[in-house]
Write a protein that binds this ligand. Structure first.
Ligand code: SOE
Length: 375
């Protein structure tokens, strides 16, 4: 029997996940059989068109009629609609996959994580941090877990984009605190915080982030509303930076911007340990740069495109590269497999909440101009 999936949201993330679901039977034959059963949104005409393009059997304009009627509920709407439908689905015992950041506020994220806990461990509640599913990132995690970088001293993560550098770039929900929670911090910083927790968050590596000092900046205070003479205030950050203290003494620096001219989607992570260093950039996502102190040769570029590299055997012959969209296929495979088996899925709502704690602490630190403890 196939799993019926209901999806709220049909724009950018709706397309990314629908594409992933369509690829599963072709490339992951052991993935559960699924049906793109119902697409949820408010605008019936746009929804009908999207359902047709994205391969959904039906549409619904009221999520309350969907959440307890499907085998998995995907919440891919803007941040301010993450909490209510996700909680309702979990209360009905329906597994939920929610886009990141988990919620616009720490309070909402806490309520969502509580609903996930109450639903029980056989009801997966996943937060869609897709960069955990890049093969090179999985490769890096293997190296780190094997202790190959030694004791971790420095952790650096930055996520640079430039789509708001033009002051005439249009206003959208992503510029509004009520709808988004925060700006570059939540939208991009959440990814970085999660990725670093994934890579070095284990107790025998850097451990969790235990203190932050943050700075947020808004460069353009209002933006034109598309198709009108109006403009609206920008009430979120355009960029943030933070210093981080890790549990085991490592130092971190984090940064994200929507004003980094020329950088389109540059998510870079660098880690320095006593035995070596590594760096990864999303703009070269098939590569991992690794330096080992005992070899004295500088950084070596490893092409993570071999059949025995994580997830690669599902795709093309060795050396044929993967892209951004494949990360969604991998995360959908893992999430839907967990739904089918009633098993656990990571990143979970607990991971989403952990990232949200860091984001909230960075904001608090910026407001009070002092370090904030996360312990
Ligand atoms: C923002 O531009 C954005 O689309 C994020 O919302 C995504 O999470 C990120 O993966 C790419 O950039």
């Amino acid at each position: 029997m196939s799993l019926e999936v209901g999806v709220l949201g049909y724009r950018f993330m709706g397309k990314a996940h629908a594409n992933a679901m369509a690829r599963l039977p072709m490339f992951f034959p052991d993935a559960p059989e699924i049906e793109r059963s119902v697409l949820v949104g408010r605008d019936e005409a746009a929804l009908t068109d999207a359902a047709d393009r994205l391969g959904f059997d039906s549409i619904a304009t009221d999520w309350t009629e969907v959440v307890d009627d499907v085998d998995a509920f995907y919440n891919l709407g803007p941040n301010h609609v993450h909490a209510e439908p996700s909680i309702a689905a979990l209360e009905a015992g329906t597994p939920v996959f929610c886009e990141k950041p988990l919620a616009p506020t720490l309070e909402d994220a806490e309520t969502m994580a509580e609903a996930a806990r109450d639903a029980g461990s056989d009801v997966p509640a996943g937060c869609a941090f897709n960069y955990r599913f890049v093969p090179a990132i999985r490769y890096a995690k293997r190296l780190l877990e094997a202790g190959e970088l030694g004791e971790i001293h420095h952790v650096r993560g930055r996520y640079l984009q430039d789509w708001l550098v033009d002051p005439e770039a249009p206003w959208s929900w992503r510029n509004d605190e009520e709808l988004a929670g925060s700006g570059a911090l939540g939208d991009l910083g959440a990814h970085t915080v999660d990725l670093l927790r994934f890579l070095v968050g284990d107790d025998d590596l850097a451990g969790e982030m235990v203190g932050v000092s943050g700075h947020l900046q808004t460069f353009v205070d209002e933006r034109p509303v598309p198709d009108s003479d109006e403009s609206r205030p920008v009430t979120v950050d355009d960029a943030y930076s933070a210093q981080v203290e890790f549990e085991n003494g490592a130092m971190g620096t984090l940064e994200a911007s929507r004003f980094a001219t020329g950088h389109k989607n540059d998510h870079t992570v660098e880690i320095h340990g006593s035995e070596g260093s590594l760096r990864f950039s999303l703009e070269r996502l098939n590569e991992l740069e690794v330096l080992r102190t005992d070899e004295n040769r500088g950084y070596e570029t490893i092409l993570v495109t071999d059949a025995d590299d994580p997830y690669v055997d599902h795709w093309w012959p060795p050396g044929h590269v993967l892209g951004w969209e494949h990360t969604f296929v991998h995360e959908n495979y893992e999430f839907l497999s967990a739904v089918e088996s009633g098993g656990e899925f990571e990143p979970s709502f607990e991971d989403g909440l952990a990232a949200q704690h860091v984001l909230a602490a960075i904001e608090e630190s910026d407001e009070n101009r002092e370090w904030v403890s996360l312990e």
